[in-house]
Design a binder for this molecule. Structure first.
Ligand code: PGA
Ligand code: ZN
Length: 409
């Protein structure tokens, strides 16, 4: 793949904040990729940008990109990013870290160019199944329906402590599951209006409904919604957001739980509401606590996804630790938590080998890029978590729907 031109620029994300987009021109065409940003980030994630900020990363990137022009890269698969990877690391050794978001945009655009070079869609370029003549399995969508925690503002001084009350798709096709999620999301609005006095339409960072209701009141609503539309129910507790020195400090309703109480409470909620998906139920450093959740659901004989996000941060060392310690049976994959797609590939291989369910996930501050969909289908993710409402979310859902349609032909 011959690089005719490569240029970075600023774009706005869904929070109206600056993000970096990279544009690449080769003989096959013009490609772009831009990176999302999180808000409830895990402590072990790599930084989004250089320690001097996004503008400094941009300055570095402008210099770096100039050096790529006129070069020829041989990228036959994701592993082929190695040469580019080496150049980036060498540059970082002199000038400091680019940041995970820069890696996301640079590697993403190079993968798009490389796929086009061999006349393939990006998901197809990544997916081994296609090379073996098999059709890839489509993921199911996980969508944020009602929100609390760090992603939401308080209403009359209150918000749920849990960050995301999720609808987990359950249908024959991804497209049908998305339609069901959307209807269920609208029905949740009706129920919130009935339950909460003076409730007005307000959406949070990820397009989920905001509410002042207590955690279990929202779960009640979600249970009704998911029953009506035959969906599964999920929760991203994002518990590190309200954890402090050994205690989980609940505000809505007000209560302090220690580690053991927290684990018991999570299992109690799983039973009471029939939760199928539980993300970050324990603090991000509490591998043992996660393990007690995996054991807890086994004891009650339920098939429940115990999902690591802030715990694992798409970091192979942490994923291995969680895997060996039987702390998770599922995990979130967010490429910019770790930076390079070569690292993501290793994490994916580990998950496949150890039967860990993969959920490819957007970030709360998203751009119009849809590369997440290609990554999810390409790497064989069982779920894609990309919201329900908002154009930055819809482009990703639509991309999977388009891939699904193209496979039916
Ligand atoms: P973030 O949150 O994108 O703000 O990190 C999403 C999540 O916790 O899953
Ligand atoms: Zn999360």
């Amino acid at each position: 793949m011959f690089v005719k031109s490569v240029m970075p620029r600023f774009v706005k994300n869904s929070r109206g904040r600056r993000s970096i987009e990279v544009e690449l021109i080769t003989y096959e065409g013009r490609f772009r990729c831009s990176a999302p940003s999180g808000k409830s980030t895990g402590k072990s994630e790599v930084a989004c940008y250089h320690k001097k900020g996004i503008s400094y990363s941009m300055k570095m990137l402008r210099v770096f990109c100039k050096r790529l022009v006129g070069k020829n890269f041989i990228i036959k698969d994701v592993g082929g990013l190695k040469d580019l990877n080496d150049l980036m690391r060498k540059f970082e050794a002199r000038f400091g870290k680019f940041g995970g978001n820069v890696w996301y945009a640079v590697e993403g655009v190079f993968l798009r160019g490389a796929a086009a070079d061999v006349g393939k869609e990006l998901w197809e370029f990544i997916n081994d199944d296609m090379n073996r003549g098999l059709k890839p399995k489509m993921p199911m969508p996980v969508g944020n329906c009602i929100g609390g925690g760090l992603h939401s503002k308080k209403i009359k001084g209150k918000r749920p402590d849990f960050q995301e009350f999720l609808l987990v798709g359950n249908a024959k096709s991804f497209g049908k599951a998305v339609t069901k999620n959307l209807r269920a999301y609208e029905y949740a609005r009706t129920l919130l209006k009935k339950k909460e006095k003076g409730w007005r339409v307000k959406r949070n960072d990820e397009g989920a409904w905001m509410s002042s209701l207590a955690n279990e009141e929202v779960l009640d609503i979600l249970k009704r919604v998911s029953k009506r539309y035959d969906l599964k129910l999920g929760l991203d507790v994002a518990s590190s957001g309200f954890y402090d020195k050994g205690y989980y400090i609940y505000k809505n309703k007000s209560l302090v739980r220690d580690k053991v109480d927290q684990a018991d409470y999570m299992i109690k909620l799983i039973r009471k509401f029939g939760i199928f998906y539980l993300e970050d139920g324990m603090d991000e450093e509490d591998f043992g606590g996660f393990k007690s959740l995996v054991e807890g659901v086994k004891k009650i004989r339920r098939k429940v996804l115990i999902v690591g996000d802030d715990l694992t941060t798409t970091n192979l060392d942490r994923v291995r630790r969680a895997g060996r310690g039987k702390a998770i049976n599922s995990m979130i994959i967010k490429p910019n938590q770790i930076g390079s797609m070569l690292e993501v590939k290793k994490v994916v291989e580990y998950c496949k080998k150890n039967k860990i369910v993969m959920i490819f996930s957007h970030r709360s501050g998203e751009t119009m890029d849809n590369i997440l969909a290609d990554y999810c289908v390409g790497f064989g993710g069982q779920f894609m978590k990309a919201g329900i409402f908002g154009r930055e979310r819809l482009v990703k859902l639509k991309r999977v729907m388009d891939i699904e349609k193209s496979l039916k032909r």
